[in-house]
Ligand binder design. Structure first.
Ligand SMILES: Cc1cc2nc3c(=O)[nH]c(=O)nc-3n(C[C@H](O)[C@H](O)[C@H](O)COP(=O)(O)OP(=O)(O)OC[C@H]3O[C@@H](n4cnc5c(N)ncnc54)[C@H](O)[C@@H]3O)c2cc1C
Length: 450
């Protein structure tokens, strides 16, 4: 059968949601936010309903094709070839909040900006990450670490119910009563099917304070020392991150620092100004920052304090969970590549994510596997750039060795196709067997194999 005939068959089975190569919407859907991924699926299903998803998976099964799913493409990696039908969920972005239950029902394609805009009207927030345009489902299924992690746990633990289509195209539900094994896999290990909607817990944060500070990189030693000094006195109401960042050429950065490497300290407190006190005290030993935006905060301001790039970026990154000894090594890790403006990584960051909450939710990863998280990332528009970034990542890995937990952080391996060591052996085995049950023909393709 020719590719054309396969697409004609898909068209008949899927109907008006099918987009062929050459269609504008096919082109848009195959330009993921992480532009290192090359995507030329046989066709795209511009899904608007769970029925579209069900029809797409069945049609792919009949045609002997694999199925991949994408909302924003932030998590894209590797090639999606013409043996795959791509389901584009962006239009399935409905959000409805139940303020009395403090939950939200979220469509498969909704972003955190869309969910938190709605949640905030009820004085609530979801457990978003740093970037507003990341998809709720992709983020939550792979764990989800954000500004409320220390106070309220990982997003995967806030997952109550999942509506999904399994590898045979059957609609299913996973919650504590029905298909609890599937729910276990959806909570942090990517799950077992194509999600059409989720129900998540929301939290009330009436006294949110947050912001970022920037210093020239020459102040790195004293700022990192102040942050690490403060960590012992900070309680779980404050989540913070320190990074060496190539500052964007944007109005949020003082002009003198734009395009230069800077120290970026960002933090959020759910106990208002009081949560910041230990950090403020420690920072008196460091020079004044070039900018300090810390103050009362809403969901919109919270979504920009990390200075994530707003545009499509071809990025290669790495992430791993680190031990409690990290503060003593933080400066060495962040300086491992030197601190010049031309260092190949755009960002090297350590997040303090230690938390004791949320261990109640049974899931593959519902609490951080280490108290600190390392994330490093660099732009890789060409093969040569990719090699350079990968070599830089190797240098950082060597610096991190003394504080490694041995656990990789799947979400933060930008543009990479594997995540060795994301889970313990017995968890990997359990995941394999749950996936075998819901997708026996291994129809569902994921960019990053755990
Ligand atoms: C700028 C930036 C900032 C980030 N910040 C954070 C952060 O603060 N904390 C954090 O934890 N992570 C963060 N991440 C990582 C992010 O959580 C992952 O890349 C996540 O996978 C993105 O989900 P997405 O839906 O936006 O991307 P997509 O590429 O659309 O999806 C990623 C993967 O999720 C799965 N998926 C998506 N939709 C479905 C579905 N309907 N059914 C089944 N599987 C699905 C698929 O395997 C898909 O390939 C960040 C990433 C970027 C690029």
């Amino acid at each position: 059968m020719t590719t054309e005939q396969i697409v004609d068959d898909l068209d008949r089975a899927v109907g008006s949601a099918l987009r062929r190569p050459g269609d504008d919407e096919y082109d848009t859907a195959t330009q993921p936010r992480n532009a290192t991924a090359d995507q030329h699926p046989v066709a795209v299903v511009a899904a608007t309903s769970a029925d579209d998803v069900r029809r797409a998976v069945r049609a792919a099964a009949d045609a002997g094709l694999g199925v991949a799913v994408q909302a924003t493409g932030h998590g894209a990696a590797g090639t999606v070839g013409d043996d795959v039908l791509l389901i584009d969920t962006r239009r399935m972005n409905g959000v409805s909040v139940d303020p009395s239950a403090r939950t939200a029902r979220v469509g498969a394609g909704a972003t955190w900006a869309e969910v938190n805009a709605e949640a905030a009207t009820h004085g609530l927030l979801g457990l978003a990450g740093t970037a507003p345009d990341v998809g709720v489902v992709g983020y939550t299924l792979s764990g989800g670490i954000g500004w409320l992690t220390r106070a309220h746990g990982m997003a995967s633990a806030s997952l109550r119910r999942v509506e999904f289509v399994d590898g045979d195209g059957e609609p299913q539900v996973a919650d504590e009563q029905e298909n609890p094994e599937a729910l276990w896999a959806f909570r942090g290990a990517g799950g077992v099917g194509i999600v059409t909607a989720v129900e998540i817990d929301l939290v009330a944060v009436p006294d949110l304070w947050a912001g970022y500070r920037l210093w020239p990189i020459t102040e790195a030693e004293s700022v990192v020392a102040a942050w690490t000094d403060a960590l012992g006195q900070i309680d779980e109401t404050l989540t913070s991150a320190i990074g060496f960042l190539k500052a964007p050429d944007a109005p949020v950065v003082p002009e003198a620092l734009r395009g230069h490497r800077v120290v970026h300290l960002s933090a959020a407190s759910v106990s208002g100004e009081a949560g910041f006190e230990p950090l403020e005290r420690a920072l008196r030993a460091a020079p004044e920052p070039a900018i300090d935006t810390t103050g009362p905060c809403d969901e919109k301001r919270l979504a920009v304090i990390h200075l994530d790039p707003p545009d499509t970026v071809p990025a290669i990154g790495d992430g791993g969970w680190l031990t409690a000894s990290t503060p003593a090594h933080a400066l060495a890790i962040l300086s491992a590549l030197g601190v010049g403006d031309d260092a190949p990584l755009a960002e090297m960051e350590i997040r303090h994510v230690a938390t004791t909450v949320a261990a109640h939710a049974d899931g593959a990863m519902t609490s951080p596997p280490g108290p600190f998280l390392l994330h490093v990332v660099g732009p890789a528009p060409t093969v040569d750039d990719r090699r350079t970034v990968e070599q830089a990542i190797d240098v950082v890995r060597a610096a991190v060795q003394p504080v490694e937990t041995g656990r990789a952080a799947a979400s933060f391996r930008d543009g990479q196709t594997t995540v060795p060591g994301a889970f313990a052996d017995d968890e990997e085995e359990r995941l394999r067997s749950v996936r075998q049950r819901y997708d026996p023909h291994r129809r569902i393709r994921r960019p990053r194999s755990v």
